[in-house]
Design a protein around this ligand. Structure first.
Ligand code: SAM
Length: 315
């Protein structure tokens, strides 16, 4: 990938943060930390984008909480392409952080995140004691670690760094890919999926990404991103929900699921919460929303190969 294409992918993090701020400012969900990671924290996005940010936030929040609440053994979370993700801070604020929480991203991104952390007492106090490497691209706390690496080199470079900082393959571990694997060459993202399946006997992976590249809306979505030099490299390899599921099942995962965001709203958000967020903004683009929501999915899979933890994903 040329530098400009890589920069464009890294730039997707800025728009994710600004959109998250917009939704938080309007009261869709609570995140006391996201505003520190952009200078444009007061930009207001259209209702349809706010609702998308809400869906994305809620999906991960629901599954992370389920994972953390299932038994009181040590657990790990690994965030692939974490960007300015604030999940660790939100969990720690409520004292719900797992035993170890790892984030991985390109050095250009981790450097900026670490600058923000160093400048902001509210965040650095929350983390507690930590060390930073020479280049200011990695941070090593007691339960929180930022690793700078290209995910393309997962087994050869990322895993050794994780292990150096206490990652334990035998502990129940949740891997998150929030709009990340979709930007990678499928051979590289699949290598991650395969490595986890082969090496982490009690694992969950959860991805949020675009699907359905071939209809008119899908084509428009791809064209819009292309005009910003961003390519959804994974979308043709996993174009629909069935392909998303099979991505994991064909690589040895024991169970896999994939649902689009319309279905997610109906199946995972309880009615009172559904109505609360519906009332935040006047929303008259229902048909457009349904169309967009069809083109995004949550896919998740479980590896249940260690009998000691065999019930952990049952709830
Ligand atoms: N997951 C975060 C969120 O949802 O807020 C950030 C999402 S942003 C759309 C995509 C992130 O993935 C960027 O921060 C980008 O730098 C990172 N990323 C993409 N490809 C990567 C790779 N090969 N190695 C490391 N990070 C990568």
């Amino acid at each position: 990938m040329g530098d400009s294409a890589e920069d464009a992918v890294r730039g997707t993090n800025d728009s994710a943060v600004e959109s998250r701020c917009s939704a938080v400012n309007l009261g869709y969900f609570k995140d006391d930390y996201v505003k520190f990671f952009t200078r444009r924290s007061n930009e207001r996005r259209p209702p349809i984008i706010n609702r998308g940010s809400y869906a994305r936030f809620m999906g991960f929040d629901i599954f992370i909480n389920k994972f953390l609440e299932a038994g009181d053994m040590k657990k790990q979370i690994v965030v692939l392409g974490a960007g300015s993700d604030t999940k660790y801070f939100n969990l720690k604020q409520e004292n719900k952080q797992p035993y170890k929480f790892f984030e991985i991203d390109f050095p250009q991104i981790t450097f900026k995140k670490i600058q923000t952390i160093k400048r902001n007492k509210q965040i650095s106090n929350l983390i507690g004691e930590f060390k930073i490497n020479m280049g200011n691209t990695e941070l090593y706390g007691e339960d929180y670690y930022i690793i700078s690496e290209d995910l393309k080199f997962f087994s050869s470079k990322v895993v050794p760094k994780l292990e150096e900082h206490g990652f334990d393959k035998n502990l129940p571990t949740m891997f998150l890919s929030e709009c990340v694997m979709i930007y990678m060459e499928p051979t590289d993202s699949d290598a991650i999926v395969q490595w986890i399946s082969d090496n982490v006997p009690t694992a969950m992976i959860m991805a949020y990404e675009q699907i359905l590249p071939n209809d008119a809306f899908g084509q428009m979505m791809i064209k819009n991103l292309k005009s910003r030099n961003i390519e959804l490299k994974g979308i043709d390899a996993y174009p629909d929900l069935e392909d998303q599921k099979n991505r994991y099942l064909s690589r040895g995962w024991d169970q896999a699921y994939a649902i689009n965001i319309n279905y997610f709203f109906n199946s995972h958000i309880d009615p009172s919460e559904y109505h609360r967020q519906m009332l935040i903004e006047i929303f008259d683009e229902i048909e457009e929303w349904k169309l967009i929501a069809q083109h995004y999915c949550f896919a998740w899979a479980f590896n249940i190969k260690n009998d000691t933890y065999k019930n952990i994903f049952e709830n």
